[in-house]
Design a binder for this molecule. Structure first.
Ligand code: PRP
Ligand code: GUN
Length: 176
């Protein structure tokens, strides 16, 4: 099987949307420092590209989680593989994801980070697939709402490939 990628959002469209989100984040936090937290690995590209557009001082921190599941769907439990190396108590935190699917990962992370008493916690995702939602989670900044298709690029992978694409596309599997 060969993979063909059909463009869903171009690099230019994503850049423009992230500029708009950076402006919305500025309207929320003003010149106060924001701790940007990324969920590895998929969130890395969005975090870096959004960080470059932010007008206030920002820091970057990284978490890695895995969900216990059957390999195709995330379960209700997450295991922290890598935790933040800074205390977020009293800080402005912006949690950045590449995609929300069932909502389980972000919902669990939100609960976990709220327990650490940040001053404010806001959630951002590049892509949202609301049709797949199992657990509701309030997301503050959504890049694009998409239908239930398997997408890659801009941090999102298929078998660990395509994270480096500067666009988002749908994967089609074709006979060679
Ligand atoms: O809403 P959910 O159903 O919980 O799914 C969303 C999660 O799945 C993806 O991560 P993945 O586990 O594929 O890891 P990766 O970012 O390292 O590719 C994505 O980056 C989110 O973290
Ligand atoms: N790469 C990738 N990971 C996902 N995790 C949940 N949905 C998706 C998707 O469409 N693409």
């Amino acid at each position: 099987m060969k993979e063909r990628i059909e463009v869903m959002f171009t690099a230019e469209e994503i850049t423009k949307r992230l500029e708009e989100i950076a402006q919305e984040v500025y309207e929320e936090f003003g010149d106060e420092q924001v701790e940007m937290v990324c969920v590895l690995k998929g969130g890395v590209v969005t975090l870096v590209e959004l960080a470059k557009k932010m007008k206030m001082p920002v820091t970057m921190n990284f978490m890695d989680v895995s969900s216990y599941g059957d390999g195709t769907e995330s379960s209700g439990h997450i295991k922290i593989l890598r935790d933040l190396d800074e205390d977020i108590t009293g800080k402005n935190v912006l949690l950045v994801e590449d995609i929300i699917d069932s909502g389980r990962t972000l919902s669990k992370l939100r609960t976990l980070l709220i327990q650490r008493n940040p001053k404010k916690l806001k959630l951002c995702t590049l892509l949202d697939k609301p049709d797949r939602r199992v657990t509701e989670v309030p997301v503050d900044y959504v890049g694009f709402t998409i239908p239930d298709a398997f997408v890659v690029g801009y941090g999102l992978d298929y078998a660990q490939k395509y994270r480096n694409l500067d666009y988002v596309g749908v994967v089609h599997f074709e006979e060679e």
